[in-house]
Design a binder for this molecule. Structure first.
Ligand code: TRH
Length: 377
């Protein structure tokens, strides 16, 4: 019998919760041959990542994953061998009681948020005793060998490399999104939360001697973009130009397509958790808009990642990248650090690839979960 896995996902906001769990669920099926149910409490958001899904089906098979609506009025089901609650979204009480009562014991894991902070290694894999008498283990993704690693499909880097080595594949992909490639333009993708620093960045891009094509998937940054551009309301597919800056709004595409967009660009501005990791696998310089947390704890996370990522960079390149990321995340002027970053471009581009390779030498998160289960049995 194939081991069964249940993944619980409560959509708090945005796409990160479902983005991570949908990706993990597919990988556990495709690469580890597991039977996976993904319980999600908002099929509307799931539909954005999987447009072929049925918004009303209580259960449906999508890419080998049984996607189930996590209803408030929970109907009893047999618990799986492994239960993952994503980001501390506790499964229904009756389900937990059924886990405790199951004759064959259940591994219960809390898949935590990604962080590069030091304490992660110390907490990764620790059990905590629950009121039900069950143990719940903390599973922390991360960037170091003592963490749970990052989501990375087996063939991801080979596919990425083949794509990047084939200019026609890139041009065809961009054409499929309605993007014409302008000669000698720098291609940048922009996926971010609302950001008061955007206007300053766009000003320097517009005034640059080299043209920039800025590709902006539909989302929360459009309001700031709109404010800077002025004029009528931006719509998907629309292109506008100011100075040397060409802006185009893209549709929100499926995850695999979004990967291709990241692989196509010279520089990617990303956010949250999953797009941040995917931009690292793209092997191109990036800018991270971190998800804001109370008491600015997100800034500690930002610094922890910068400390790791900039290790091995020259002082100038590390300073340029760090100051750009800090400015972008604190609403201070982005322009000076962008200019500094342009000076360090060759080094930062080479570093993005070597960082990607270094990260890819670690066990991926799905495999690490499967190994954790085997060791626990
Ligand atoms: O959407 P996010 O801001 O999600 C956030 C973070 O995960 C944050 O940590 C969490 O606390 C909060 O949600 C609840 O950013 P993230 O994590 O990058 O998720 C976006 C997902 O959307 C990711 O899987 C990539 C995907 N995506 C597409 O599939 N197509 C697209 O066109 C784009 C732009 C993104």
């Amino acid at each position: 019998m194939r081991p069964t896995w249940d993944i619980f996902c409560s959509v708090v906001d945005n796409f990160g919760d479902i983005g991570v769990t949908w990706r993990l669920a597919r990988q556990l099926v495709a690469e580890h041959g597991l039977a996976v149910r993904l319980w999600v409490d908002d099929l509307g958001v799931f539909l954005r990542l999987c447009p072929q899904a049925d918004a009303h089906a209580p259960r449906q098979l999508q890419q080998g994953v049984e996607v189930c609506l996590w209803r408030k009025d929970w109907q009893p089901v047999e618990p799986a061998d492994v239960v993952i609650e994503a980001f501390a979204c506790t499964p229904p009480a009756t389900y937990v009681a059924a886990m405790a009562a199951r004759p064959r014991k259940v591994l219960w894991l809390n898949l935590e948020y990604l962080s590069a902070e030091d304490w992660v290694e110390g907490c990764h894999g620790l059990p905590s005793l629950q009121a039900s008498g069950l143990q719940k283990f903390f599973f922390f993704p991360g960037f170091t060998a003592g963490s749970g690693g990052l989501l990375r499909e087996l063939d991801l880097l080979a596919k990425r490399r083949a794509f990047q080595a084939d200019p026609q594949a890139r041009a065809d992909f961009l054409a499929s999104l309605g993007v014409p490639l302008l000669a000698d333009a720098r291609l940048i993708s922009l996926f971010a939360y609302e950001n008061s620093g955007l206007a300053g960045w766009l000003d320097v891009l517009a005034a640059d001697t080299r043209a920039t094509q800025l590709l902006v998937p539909e989302g929360r940054i459009l309001g700031d973009l709109q404010a800077w551009l002025g004029g009528s309301r931006l719509t998907v597919g629309e292109r506008r130009q100011r100075g040397r800056l060409h802006v185009q709004v893209l549709p929100f595409v499926e995850q695999d397509q979004y990967d291709r967009l990241l692989w196509s660009c010279d520089f990617n501005a990303v956010r949250g958790e999953d797009s941040f990791v995917r931009a690292q696998w793209a092997g191109r310089p990036l800018l991270w808009h971190i998800y804001k947390q109370d008491e600015n704890t997100h800034l500690d996370k930002l610094e922890a990642f910068l400390a790791l990522y900039t290790g091995g960079l020259s002082t100038a390149a590390a300073a340029a990248l760090s100051s750009l990321w800090r400015a972008w995340n604190t609403g201070t002027a982005v322009a000076p650090s962008w200019q500094a970053l342009l000076q360090e471009w060759p080094e930062l581009a080479a570093h993005a690839e070597s960082w990607c390779l270094e990260q890819a030498s670690q066990t991926d998160l799905a495999t690490a979960l499967v190994q954790f289960y085997r060791n626990w049995l």
